[in-house]
Design a protein. Structure first.
Length: 613
């Protein structure tokens, strides 16, 4: 969703801001803009903004756009269409204040009406513009005071950066529910909504908590609460390789990130497996064996792919630990007034750690006294900080909108958690060791699946022609089918629908004909026979089949005219097989989208992290 960048220091701000905005493109946006404060005492605000891509903005920024303090934004339309007027930064009537904002001001309509009544001419349809006017009209004698006063009148969520011509040495930023990271350089400071925009310049960062403001000047930063009492936020050094934010020789980040999976899976497991006792080490949970044993139920919460992998995870927990476990879309959770029980372990799963629906679900649980642990990739993100404990995913930066390597590591995180919950209960040491050894084999086997890319590309090219597809699986295979369909529709824009294989004959079979392929997840397990029987029903109706399966699975005598392709993935332990099948489906989606000529990393209408409700 919307992205923010800001710079104050000794360099010209505009080139840095435009470069930073380019690195935020994966967040999803439809317009972009920058503002800088010109040099000298009579500092003047200069603004350039435009609907379209960052490169359109670059063409529009005048050569003389000097200023060593500036802010920039990529906008994802919420209030009003994507056009030049609605693009950020927004300025006040006098042209002194510039504001960029992520989030939603819930009482914007009332504030707009109040401003209009007071004679203020509003130039955009946005909620953000009210902030520029409120700050401009404030009589507080510091910029921090003006911003705090304006925010005091606002209800909603924000990540915010503000420039004011009368305070040319600073940017004031504020956060409430939308991500914002301060980057600390050498006599220069940065701010961004995503690390991707910072890492080229610094990996020393500080985070704000909700309801906090900060002033950034070339020499440092200070942090406050909304009542302007000071609060200490210390800087941390992140261990991040800036090259992780370059696609390198790959045509897309998605391709790069899929291929990184053996290595990132290895990183996830490193130091966490205990061969001797057939269990896992998860210090970040902050729970001892007694507390783990006291858990009666597990509820997993996530959105989109994180929800589907959460469903895989809940299955693993129920199977290995024999604790009732289920997954729910975090976006629905808090609206049904959920019962939060003290002996339930809530697991929030999120790559970005900033997904607003998941964050709000976590806050709701904590408000009701529940215990939440996070499976999160981005260190120090809002969800990670909000949870009581957690398991970091160590996938490294994931830039592509379509989640691949983080998702795989989420599965591994669930496997580690399930193993530990199982081993403090009735999972035998032999089974524990069996799974530890299965986990150790997984990174290499993921590599074997990835090595099938040429064959999968050929198959995907043929599948890409279908307007509509089914993805089916049963029990462990069903969330694999859901995630497979999700990935397929996200980047190929084909209608891909997931069903339990067992449900086919209760309705969807009516849609099967030779134009609707079925991608079926058929592992070698206790349900193979039933799954194969369903394939025969599809083939009898001339439905083309793509079967993701294991080498030993026999598909029987399918009708001679049936179109059947198989993708054989290596076998691991039955509990861990789902992730290998998921990786095969990632490649299938990627190559279908490629064959269709789509921009893989910027799927239409989607953003990497969804930070507004
Ligand atoms: C994944 O391919 C999707 N882009 C999307 O469903 C994503 O998983 C979801 O928005 C949750 O994001 P998160 O993991 O950052 O919370």
């Amino acid at each position: 969703m919307c992205g923010i960048v800001g710079y104050v220091g000794g360099q010209q701000a505009a080139p840095l801001l435009l470069e930073g905005l380019g690195r935020l493109e994966h967040r999803g946006y439809d317009s972009a803009g920058v503002a800088v404060l010109g040099p000298g005492k009579e500092s003047r605000l200069r603004v350039a903004k435009k609907a379209g891509r960052v490169r359109d903005l670059v063409d529009q920024v005048p050569k003389r756009f000097a200023g060593k303090v500036g802010i920039g934004h990529t906008r994802w339309a919420t209030h009003g269409p994507a056009n030049d007027a609605n693009a950020h930064p927004h300025v006040d009537t006098k042209g002194d204040v510039a504001v960029v904002h992520n989030g939603i001001i819930d009482n914007a309509a009332a504030l707009r009406a109040g401003l209009a009544e007071a004679g203020v001419e509003l130039l955009s349809d946005t909620d953000t513009e009210v902030l520029a006017h409120l700050i401009g009209l404030s009589e507080a004698d510091t910029l921090e005071g003006k911003v705090a006063e304006a925010l005091g009148r606002v209800e909603g969520t924000y990540g915010l950066a503000v420039l004011h011509a009368a305070y040319p040495d600073r940017i004031v930023v504020a956060r409430n529910g939308s991500p914002l990271i301060i980057g600390i350089g050498d006599h220069e400071m940065f701010v961004a909504s995503d690390l991707a925009a910072l890492v080229r310049y610094t990996t020393r960062v500080a985070h704000l908590d909700d309801g906090e403001l900060a002033t950034l000047t070339a020499d440092g930063f200070s942090t406050y609460r909304l009542d302007l009492t000071s609060v200490t936020r210390s800087a941390i050094d992140l261990e991040i390789d800036a090259d992780a934010y370059d696609a390198g020789e790959h045509d897309s980040f998605m391709h790069k990130e899929m291929l990184e999976q053996p290595e990132s899976a290895e990183r996830m497991l490193r130091g966490r497996l205990d061969e001797r006792f057939g269990t896992s080490h998860l210090g970040g949970l902050h729970m001892d064996a007694r507390e783990l044993r006291a858990i009666r139920r597990v509820k997993v919460l996530g959105c989109g792919s994180a929800y589907y992998v959460g469903q895989m995870g809940a299955g693993l927990i129920e199977e290995l630990a024999r604790i009732p476990a289920d997954a729910e879309a975090a976006s629905e959770f808090r609206y049904r007034n959920p019962i939060v029980e003290p002996d339930t372990l809530y697991v929030a799963v999120s790559q970005s750690g900033e997904t607003i629906d998941t964050l709000l679900a976590v806050q709701e649980i904590r408000r009701k006294g529940g215990k939440v642990v996070g499976l999160v990739n981005v260190v120090g993100s809002a969800i990670a900080r909000e949870c009581d404990g957690g398991i970091y995913l160590h996938a490294g930066p994931e830039v592509a909108v379509a989640s691949t390597k983080a998702l795989t590591n989420m599965f591994l995180g669930f496997a580690l958690l399930a193993l530990q919950l199982g081993r403090v209960r009735d999972l035998s040491i032999a089974d524990g060791r069996r799974l530890v050894s299965g986990l150790q084999r997984l990174p290499e086997q993921i590599g074997e699946v990835l090595a099938q890319e040429p064959a999968l590309a050929e198959l995907a090219g043929r599948l890409a022609g279908a307007e509509s597809l089914f993805f089916v699986g049963r029990v462990r295979g069903y969330p694999v089918a859901r995630e497979g369909a999700q990935k397929f529709k996200e980047i190929s824009y084909r209608h891909a629908e997931a069903y339990q294989t067992s449900e086919l004959k209760h309705g969807p079979l009516a849609l099967i004909d030779d134009s609707v392929p079925t991608v079926a997840v058929v592992p070698e397990d206790e349900l193979t026979e039933r799954n194969v029987a369903a394939l025969h029903e599809v083939a009898a109706r001339r439905g083309p089949l793509v079967v993701v399966t294991h080498p030993a699975v026999e598909l029987g005598d399918l009708p001679s005219q049936a179109s059947v392709d198989r993708i054989d993935v290596p076998r691991n332990e039955r509990e861990l097989d789902p992730i290998l099948m998921t990786v095969a489906l990632q490649l299938l989606s990627y190559h279908a989208a490629l064959a269709l000529g789509h921009d893989i990393d910027k799927p239409r209408n989607l953003a990497k992290s969804v930070t507004v409700e």
